[in-house]
Design a protein. Sequence first.
Length: 358
Amino acid sequence: MKILVIQQKMIGDVLVSSIICNNLRTAYPDAQIDYLVYASTTPVLEGNSSIDNIILFEEKHRKNKKELLKLGLQIRNEKYDLLIDAYSKLESWILVLLSNAKRKISYKKPGRNFLYTDNVPFEPFPKTNLGLAIERRLSLLEPLDLKIKIDPIPKLFVSERENQEAIALFEKHQVQKDRKTVMISLLGSETLKTYPLEFMSKVVDYVADHADVNILFNYFPKQIEEAKIVFNACKSSTQEKIYFDLLGGDLRSFIGLVNQCDLIVGNDGGAINMAKALEKPSFIIFSPWIEKKIWATFEDGVHHLSVHLKDYRPDLFEEKTEKMLKKEALSLYQEFKPEFFKDKIELFLNQNLSVSTK
């Protein structure tokens, strides 16, 4: 049996959709399971034995119709028995149309149902604390009626070498071993998903004031100026706990660093999803235009908590579409005061740090 799973998109989406591959591997241990993703997301798939081949969707496929057609014909030549399209956008529709796969599963959406043999309802509300991002992916397995216990948790695989390299980096920067370590998801994937920097510095202060911990910042070298803004706005007592220059050289080394941390706090995005896959507790600050019900995965009020402006100022969201909220995101962010959720951060730290608090 040959299976192709499609998920073009960002790191968080690719990691979450890998649960489709993981469960298919359990159900069909001898199948060939291939995964089509953006080239930039492959580091989160390293070491995953549920995936036989990674097929890259590259920039040339997006920009050049001839290249997209070539990729579609390459997929057709593989003669897949089953194709699961977790992306379900124009780029994947073309590939699905060309694939000639025997069975094709995706979400039920107007105008595209003829492409698939099985169209699964695109549920608007979560039924469990898994969150819609997880529930929707798992729903794509339902037409197969798999006779297995479904595992909803995405997995990251860290090698012993990567763990040792992260430990060596901690030692090089003289990270205090007798303290727990908190990773701060400092910046979102774009400005509209990034909690205002002056507010984020207060969040970091809350963490530092409440517990005697080491603090790491997650940022790319090109984002160092934004990281400095947050650092410089923190209290001097907080700055003493921050290991500002402790960074991974690439995504795999970042994963190794997160694996040595005890929890993560900050902006929703790839870093949060990677930390969750490493079974690290998470406190998420959502952008005003992002729907919490989708990405507040595994929310249990203990190990995984999240906050959204709508929790505190629902009046600001009345009769507004996602498009309107996205346009107003920066001004809405200014209404999202860190004081709103100070108590919730402290509760999260109390529940997940076995250290003495002040």
